[in-house]
Design a protein around this ligand. Structure first.
Ligand code: NDP
Ligand SMILES: O=C(O)C1=N[C@H](C(=O)O)C[C@H](O)C1
Length: 242
């Protein structure tokens, strides 16, 4: 039975993870939050699962490397420096990082990549997301993941072709860009729509999270899958063999 350690254990996702671990017959090795000791937790665990804050990333990577165990990173709001640190750590231990651990969004990303590739650059792509009022990062990790999938389908770099937060006299839409709009309010677990807008027609691919247990189930499935894998950076598409 795998011993799973949670980083961000007292948060909303930490509680959802603990429920899935208990229901699935896994072993919870413990949890840490701000000011906690991830290295100590890693020594007691077979795998770490992080849903906390980007500020925790460096210590979490050190902890996983120190104990020689895999790490699942669900925390969002990561920047380019964080991603470089993950790439470097993934040369030493297996790491799975994703903005969304759900089955539905993983398949959605696959479909978005395909749609963007087949429809071509004349179709404008806009991604709209809505989350609960507590969420601190925007666009959501999922929106960025879907934007990356669309960019891959088109064969372009998202960083150079992304637009978000339109306000005021913005001018006409820049051709070929991928747009992001973020809404916040209430208790919404996660709503994402990818709108592909062409001449006189629109294709909308969407996902609704009804409860954050879907993220917890996906994260625990990923954690189990990661144990024993060679050091590399993995995605949920690897876990689900898409
Ligand atoms: N990839 C996915 O599928 C999903 C990703 N997420 C992401 O997971 C993260 C957490 O979400 P959620 O649970 O809703 O957030 P919460 O704010 O409810 O919980 C965050 C937890 O992390 C802890 N924390 C904060 N800073 C640190 C730190 N430096 N070291 C260790 N623990 C820390 C907090 O502790 P304290 O209160 O002491 O600060 C808190 O217990 C977010 O980035 C969110 O976007 C969420 C759902 C799905
Ligand atoms: O903060 C959340 O709640 C969520 N965060 C992730 C994101 O940024 O996309 C995943 C999910 O949508 C819920």
């Amino acid at each position: 039975m795998a011993r799973i350690g949670i980083i961000g254990s007292e948060g909303a996702m930490g509680h959802a993870l603990a429920s899935v671990i208990a229901a699935g017959g896994h072993a919870l090795s413990g949890g840490v939050d701000k000011g906690g000791d991830p290295a100590g937790l890693a020594d007691e665990s077979d795998v770490l699962v992080d849903f906390s804050s980007p500020q925790a990333l460096e210590a979490n990577l050190h902890a996983a490397i120190g104990a020689g165990i895999p790490l699942v990173i669900g925390t969002t709001g990561l920047d380019a420096t964080h991603h470089t640190a993950i790439d470097n750590a993934a040369r030493v231990v297996p790491i799975l990082q994703t903005g969304n651990t759900s089955l539905g969004v993983t398949l959605l990303a696959h479909l978005v990549r395909e749609a963007a590739a087949r429809l071509g650059p004349d179709w404008d792509i806009e991604i709209v997301e809505m989350h609960h009022r507590r969420k601190v990062d925007a666009p959501s990790g999922t929106a960025l993941l879907l934007g990356e999938a669309a960019a891959q389908g088109r064969g372009i770099e998202l960083a150079a072709n992304r637009e978000s937060g339109r306000d005021g006299h913005t001018g006409a839409r820049r051709p070929g860009t991928i747009g992001f709009a973020s809404l916040r309010g209430g208790t919404v677990a996660g709503e994402h729509s990818v709108i592909l807008a062409g001449e006189q027609e629109r294709l909308v691919l969407a996902h609704s999270a009804e409860d954050r247990s879907i993220f917890a189930r996906g994260a625990i499935r990923a954690a189990e899958w990661l144990i024993g894998k060679p050091a590399r950076r993995y995605t949920m598409e690897d876990v689900l063999e898409l």
